[in-house]
Design a protein around this ligand. Structure first.
Ligand code: EPS
Length: 375
């Protein structure tokens, strides 16, 4: 296994390189009967795409999905769904000068050490272009989760550099290019990003994603824990360096009397656990936060090595995102949805007959803002 496949029952295999003729995926195990058309991919693919604002890479890809198999008369057949997107705006000459060099902080070096041969154009397989197919596959996952269980997945940008949202308005998130939950700060972010782009440097970011409506019981202890699989899923996204579930690392400084989520007839009183206990969903909002490192492809010169071991000055030209986190909200949503559909199908397979053995504890302290209700 070379680990290009994600999921056990809803298994997504992606393929392709950033500057190859096309990228694509095969989804094996999708339940039959789900209505889906090529147009339905448009919204989420546009949310993720480059070239939509001056704050992201200027590469203009059409990102037109072709459905090659697994859908007949507009509905999934249960057979493998193959999706293809042709690359239409690769500019490989941008990479000619660094084809035999290792960008500091980039996977150039590790891919070379591992395989001894690589496609350097646009980062090849290590490019974030690959995340397009995760978002495409998750369009199907999101739709099934919503129709079948009322599960809704959403996310927002929770930090850029040192800037954090001052307020939270769910309606603001989709109305600005940053997925930022406070409309009052968008002008500040615009100037921050303009200055950053001018300087040639990059910055990190934090994305928070949540799922509402997940019933209790999804997740398989011990090695298939819902939080374990979420962590692996988020870590598989380019540039991710940290994942938190619920309070995450803040739990280190908490007391048990604070962290435990007490329950009454009215429901849970808090959600420090991020909706997961023992690797299994509690029925509360599932909350996951993801840290992105600053982009490593910079036009500012850096010291590095070439494939022969010579010290060289490395300058990366081309079209790069000064903050990869800006486009990452739909990608993190996609990975959350892919983990959830896979766990839902696995839960149904093994425990579908268990039913409601005890009254569900409502998510009483809810949460227009993900993670809210912490007392
Ligand atoms: C990327 C580098 C840039 C981005 C690309 C991700 O590629 P290029 O130099 O070919 O323009 O544009 O993002 C996409 C094309 C995409 O669809 O996300 C990288 O190094 O990860």
């Amino acid at each position: 296994m070379s680990s290009n496949t994600f999921g056990k029952l809803f298994a997504v295999t992606t393929f392709g390189e950033s500057h190859g003729p096309a990228i694509g995926c095969v989804i094996d195990g999708c339940p039959p009967g789900l209505a889906i058309t090529a147009e339905e991919f448009r919204h989420d693919l546009d949310r993720r795409a480059t070239g939509k604002t001056r704050h992201t890479s200027a590469r203009h890809e059409a990102d037109e999905v072709e459905i090659l198999s697994g859908v007949y008369e507009g509905r999934t057949t249960g057979t493998p769904i193959a999706l293809l997107i042709r690359n239409t705006d690769a500019r490989s000459k941008d990479y000619a000068n660094i084809a035999a060099q290792f960008r500091p902080g980039h996977a150039d070096y590790t891919y070379w050490q591992k395989y001894g041969h690589r496609d350097p154009r646009g980062g090849g397989r290590s490019s974030a272009r690959e995340t397009t197919m995760r978002v495409a596959a998750a369009v199907i996952a999101k739709k099934w989760l919503l129709e079948k269980f009322g599960v809704r997945v959403r996310g927002y940008l929770a930090q850029i550099g040192e800037i954090v949202p001052r307020g939270f308005d769910a309606a603001a998130i989709e109305a600005n290019p940053f997925f930022w939950p406070d409309a009052g700060q968008v002008a500040e972010l615009e100037s921050y990003m303009d200055a950053l782009r001018k300087s040639g440097d990059s910055v990190g970011a934090r994305v928070t994603v949540v799922a509402d409506g997940v019933p209790p019981g999804w997740g398989e202890p011990i090695y298939g824990k819902l939080d374990g699989e979420l962590a692996a899923a988020m870590m598989s996204i380019n540039a991710v360096k940290g994942v938190e579930i619920g309070d995450g690392f803040a739990a280190v400084a908490q007391r048990g009397t604070t962290h435990r989520d007490e329950a009454t007839h009215d429901g849970f009183l808090s959600n420090h656990a991020g909706g997961i206990l023992g690797g299994i969903s509690t029925g509360q909002q599932v909350v996951c936060s993801v840290a992105f490192k600053p982009t490593s492809s910079l036009r500012l010169p850096a010291r590095g090595l070439d494939v022969e071991g010579n010290e060289v000055e490395i300058v990366t030209t081309g079209r790069h995102d000064p903050c990869v986190g800006i486009r990452a909200t739909p990608i993190c949503e996609a990975m959350l949805a892919l983990v959830l559909i896979d766990q839902a199908l696995r839960h149904r397979a093994q425990c579908g007959d268990v039913g409601d053995v005890t009254p569900r504890i409502p998510s009483a302290v809810h949460a227009s803002k993900p993670g809210e209700g912490k007392r």
